[in-house]
Design a protein around this ligand. Sequence first.
Ligand SMILES: [Zn+2]
Length: 293
Amino acid sequence: MQAASAGLATRYAFGQAPNITTAQLGDNLYLISGAGGNVIALTGSAGVVMVDGGLAQNADALAKAVAALPSSGPVRTLFNTHWHPEQTGSNEKLGKAGATIIAQENTRLWLQQNITWPWNGQKFQKLPKIAQPNKTFYDKGTLDSGIRYGYIPDAAHTDGDLYVYFPQQNVLAVGDAAYGQGWPVVDWWTGGWIGGIVGGLQRIQSVVTKDGNRDTKIIPAVGPALSLADITAQVDMYGTIYDRLNQMINKGRGPSEAVEAKPAKEYETKIGNADEFIRRSFESLWAYLSPDA
Ligand SMILES: [Zn+2]
């Protein structure tokens, strides 16, 4: 009896729809949360432009939320800010529907192969051809609607990070090149590293301030919107942590010693335990700086 009801509960939980919420960012521009990562949708007569697509298991629920937006229509353009599953879960659905899927070329290359993270064994299946980005770029580009996008070549999170800027609404989507809450995943297997986190944040600063603009709303893939001041504070914080880890690697210390030294201690009350982040960051220095690499 107990087992039966537990089974029912499990099935019910499994079938539950994700809790998808929508907030308006500006004219025709919406932030959709709850699909696995933040999604941005611009509606209008030319069709919907989306930045990232959540997890594949939430693709149908996300599509429904997008269809329900004011002035919505078919999704014509989808950006992948990088290859991770939280960003590329709508690729297959939208690719089959004929959408243009835009990504930096390195993102397409990662999506064409199976990937296993060495630190936890997590496996990622390559995407079928129809789900892969079908319009890639190396540096930057502009859509007919004036939306600008560009490569973040610092390897902040992966080696294929991109930003998308909506000039009319003054909103900048940056994927996982900045985090709105918690510590970043340092995916050094596909190029990300702690030095790149600092470099990527500085690049976001310069994208924001390029036209004398300072009040751009910056949307990360995780957590709430950020301001330029938030990004500046993050540059300081990650710069400090980077310096400390550099000193340790130069003294011949290993990742466990780096974790024990608590180089992010003063930030942990606000952001949470940094051990995992510090270990990955240290390993990322190995990947970038070690003469054996
Ligand atoms: Zn990611």
